[in-house]
Design a protein around this ligand. Structure first.
Ligand code: FAD
Length: 429
């Protein structure tokens, strides 16, 4: 039933002739030693398949031509244009790794390349896409009933329906196991659960049609996943106010989910999964995407800092790029981006082979977010006073990357996950 949409999406993703693929072949056959390319220092593009290169090129073209021109106004006005999700849907970029249901069914590496292209423009745009793809669609695909998948995934894949993922609560962020949101049989509607509680800092929630909410089932005390459909919620049972005046991720929409005896059909509870395994499994995919995405933001910061340093002249007409301290900042950042991409690539390949341990994803999420934040903050100094102007884009990346280091497991929490895996001792409590 959904195959034509899927085929169309896959065709659009792979249709454009890949200049990069041709270059890759030329490089493979060259007899002379390869020249160093500061944009791809360790030659990661040699590892991608031709389809992956074509998908990356389609995503990069869309992001640079259609998203970049909008980002400054969006960031200034704290405005997220939901049409962006529809445009992404038309290109097959949403839920791209899902097979069937109108999704493109691409590799994890291809989806990472899409994420990197989007975050090269803005981490907020990438957040909106990740929540839709990995958290809402990924959760429904992994744990939902066939009825839910067939009914909801194609609309979410097209971007005509918007999804969000509600785990964090005002009093429970790093420790979601202590959540207070509760689900119990609805007192007056037979065949429905009633959800009550508050979620906060939820990307896309103010405009979401489909809200994947995690709540404790009162009868068992176990965490379960519920697909809340806004159109089924009577007035007063579901509110999703926006959180305004953020100083990061301003080009994405963030809000709360407030539920007061909100009715949810019994069939909308994920039937099998219990406890934190459900949300953590969805978060694994999203964290994998963040590891790629933050490298896109860092690469954009490197390109902009390099260009600025070559043009800006101080002391005897020298470009500041000539000075050693400036070069060291560029060398550090370029090295970290190259390593980060190779690490994300490796985990992507293992993921598709079913060999990616969650700790591997903690490792690349933590490392890539931390290195992206530290390096963009250092590169910011190359711009001097101009760094303060948003037209140089660097300050926006720095502010955004603080959030990427914080959400979906703050970096120190990922240190604890790794520490537990290394020592066998857990240090959370
Ligand atoms: C813009 C934005 C978008 C977001 N989108 C979503 C979304 O779509 N869905 C969603 O569910 N959530 C979302 N979040 C929430 C995000 O995941 C949480 O903010 C994050 O998990 C951290 O929780 P917290 O803010 O409550 O911080 P806290 O848990 O209070 O942590 C504060 C600090 O204490 C440290 N800390 C906590 N416990 C320990 C410990 N045991 N040992 C050592 N250090 C510790 C943390 O590392 C951190 O540095 C979003 C957040 C932001 C800012």
């Amino acid at each position: 039933m959904f195959r034509p949409v899927c085929t169309r999406a896959a065709r659009q993703l792979t249709s454009s002739t890949s200049r990069a693929a041709v270059q890759q072949q030329q490089r493979r056959h060259a007899s002379t030693p390869a020249a160093f390319d500061w944009k791809d220092p360790l030659g990661a593009s040699n590892l991608y398949t031709e389809d992956e290169l074509a998908i990356a090129e389609t995503a990069e073209s869309y992001c640079q031509e259609r998203m970049l021109p909008r980002v400054l106004d969006a960031y200034r006005d704290e405005h997220y244009d939901p049409k962006i999700l529809e445009e992404m849907g038309e290109l097959g970029l949403l839920g791209a790794t899902i097979k069937g249901y109108g999704c493109a069914g691409v590799s994890s590496v291809a989806s990472g390349l899409i994420t990197r292209a989007v975050e090269r423009v803005d981490s907020g745009y990438r957040s909106g896409m990740s929540v839709q793809s990995s958290l809402a669609m990924g959760g429904i695909e992994e744990f939902g009933t066939e009825e839910l998948k067939e009914r909801l995934l194609p609309k979410l894949a097209s971007g005509k329906s918007i999804g969000c993922f509600g785990l964090t609560e005002p009093n429970h962020g790093s420790d979601p196991g202590s959540m207070e949101t509760v689900a119990k049989p609805h007192p007056s509607k037979k065949g429905y659960y009633s959800l009550s509680g508050s979620k906060t800092w939820i990307t896309n929630s103010p405009i979401a049609d489909v809200l994947l909410v995690w709540a404790k089932l009162e009868s068992t005390g176990k965490i379960r996943g519920f697909v809340v459909e806004r159109e089924l919620c009577p007035p007063g049972t579901l509110e999703t106010p926006a959180i305004k005046n953020k100083n990061g991720l301003r080009a994405s929409l963030t809000g709360m989910i407030q539920m007061d005896e909100c009715p949810v059909p019994e069939g909308n509870m994920f039937p099998e999964v219990e406890g934190l395994r459900g949300p953590f499994s969805c978060l694994n995919s999203a964290r994998y995407g963040i590891a790629w995405g933050t490298m896109g933001a860092l690469e954009d910061a490197i390109a902009r800092a390099r260009e600025y340093a070559l043009e800006r002249k101080q002391f005897k007409g020298n470009p500041i790029a000539k000075y050693q301290l400036v070069q060291k900042k560029l060398a550090d950042a370029t090295t970290d981006a190259a390593y980060g991409i190779l690490a994300a690539y490796q985990v992507g390949r293992l993921k598709d082979e079913g060999k990616a341990a969650p700790e591997m994803i903690s490792m690349i999420k933590r490392q890539n977010c931390d290195r992206a934040l530290i390096n963009t903050r250092n590169l910011q100094e190359i711009f001097g006073g101009n760094a303060v102007s948003d037209e140089y884009h660097i300050g926006r990346h720095v502010a955004n990357l603080f959030v990427t280091q914080t959400y979906e497991g703050q970096s120190d929490i990922h240190s604890l996950i790794l520490g537990r895996a290394i020592t066998g001792l857990q240090a959370f409590v």
